[in-house]
Design a protein around this ligand. Structure first.
Ligand SMILES: Cc1ncc(COP(=O)(O)O)c(C=O)c1O
Length: 381
């Protein structure tokens, strides 16, 4: 018997009560019973997104909300900036190019956060730029980008800050309205503790004005149509009924814990993961601006990162993520977002220690666990 642990930065584990809600018999979506679930979930989403605006609920993976943001806000030929410091920043640019936008790539070394001055320089040199597209948390490099500062740069320009909060919303503080973020998107399979399949998008008043003028082709992801339907407690097309049952339960759990406590938990788990790795002298991928969602760590010289991650998954039952693109085989990523708590971190750290030992890397077993424990203890009264 091998017990399985999912400690990857998405999909993430799903709480038992959410699983049970999703196992309920399907009800028809054009009924008052379903509308009530939809209405309550939509209301709680505003709390989690920290916005007064509607949060659109789409049946799609997170990328659907990214694509919808591009097509609903811009027109072919529009200029945008894509902050490209990882796989998902690159995705913003690729989606934009697919719809005929002109992309100014702000390239950032993987593992580092963008310097807002870099963005400002491009904005100043190109006054026609209509949007800055970036990640609050770039999952591929485990970096948190300074989206607050970026939003401040576009506030007084005819330009939107469009933020992918897929591993940020419900992980750490990204108050959309307070920071003046124009678009914030997320997905279900991360901090919202659900299976994959739902995407979310919230737009500021300014973004809705852009929406009226945007001319990119679109059909399924028509935000104006979704907003109209949301006002009637429904969605334009058949919603993912079971996922929305689960969503209401997951959001209720978040509300009960309280956003501040949720953020504190993520910060504590992230600090524990970093301390544990540093106790072993391992090098962090993003030491300067680490995301509270996941911690990227370089595998020590002589260890094949691909085999290492596979060994932890297949032989030890613990799934963590490896690296993407040029970081493939070079790093592993410990996730600490969503339905992940103190003792999941102990499992993660002890798995890494044991696997390193199996791979012949000299490691003092328990040293990282002890470093993590002393931080995790702070979570108890
Ligand atoms: C920051 C970020 N953006 C975008 C995505 C893509 O989301 P999806 O795979 O749900 O389309 C992910 C998924 O890992 C992500 O972490």
């Amino acid at each position: 018997m091998k017990k399985k642990y999912l400690l990857a930065p998405g999909p993430t584990p799903v709480p038992e009560s959410v699983l049970l809600k999703m196992a309920q018999p399907i009800i028809h979506h054009r009924t008052s019973q379903f509308s009530e679930v939809f209405r309550r979930a939509a209301e709680l989403l505003k709390y989690v997104f920290q916005t007064e605006q509607d949060v659109l609920i789409l049946a799609a993976s997170g990328t659907g909300a990214m694509e919808g943001s591009v097509t609903n806000l811009f027109s072919p030929g529009d200029e945008v900036i894509a902050v490209n410091g990882g796989k998902f920043g690159e995705r913003w640019g690729k989606i934009s190019e697919a719809y005929g936008l002109k992309v100014h790539w702000v390239n950032v070394e993987w593992g580092r956060a963008v310097d807002p001055a870099q963005v400002e320089k491009v904005l100043d040199a190109n006054p026609g730029v209509k949007g800055v597209l970036c990640q609050a948390s770039e999952t591929s490099t485990t970096v948190a980008h300074p989206v607050r500062e970026i939003a401040a740069l576009t506030r007084d320009r005819d330009c939107l800050t469009v933020v992918d909060g897929i591993t940020a919303v419900g992980v750490f503080d990204v108050p959309m309205d307070e920071w003046g973020i124009d678009v914030l998107v997320s997905g279900s399979q991360k901090a919202l503790m659900l299976p994959p399949g739902l995407a979310f998008a919230a737009l500021s008043e300014k973004a809705w004005r852009f929406q009226e003028k945007a001319r990119c082709p679109r059909f399924y992801f028509d935000f104006a149509k979704e907003r109209k339907n949301l006002a009637k407690q429904t969605s334009a097309y058949t919603p993912a009924v079971s996922l929305i049952n689960g969503l209401l339960e997951a959001l209720t759990l978040i509300k009960e814990e309280g956003l501040e406590n949720v953020f504190a938990r993520h910060l504590r788990l992230a600090a524990a993961a970093r301390a544990a790795m540093e106790a072993h002298g391992l090098t962090l991928l993003a030491p300067e601006s680490p995301s509270p969602a996941a911690t990227g760590v370089y595998v020590p010289a002589g260890v094949d990162g691909g085999r290492f991650v596979k060994y932890m998954r297949d032989e030890m039952g613990v799934t963590m993520a490896g690296g993407q693109d040029h970081l493939k085989g070079k790093i592993f990523r410990i996730a600490h977002l969503g339905y992940i708590d103190t003792f999941d971190m102990i499992i993660a750290v002890s798995t890494i220690e044991m696997a390193l030992s199996k791979f012949g890397h000299p490691v003092e077993l328990g040293k990282g666990v002890a470093a993590a424990q002393s931080i995790l203890l702070e979570g108890f009264e």
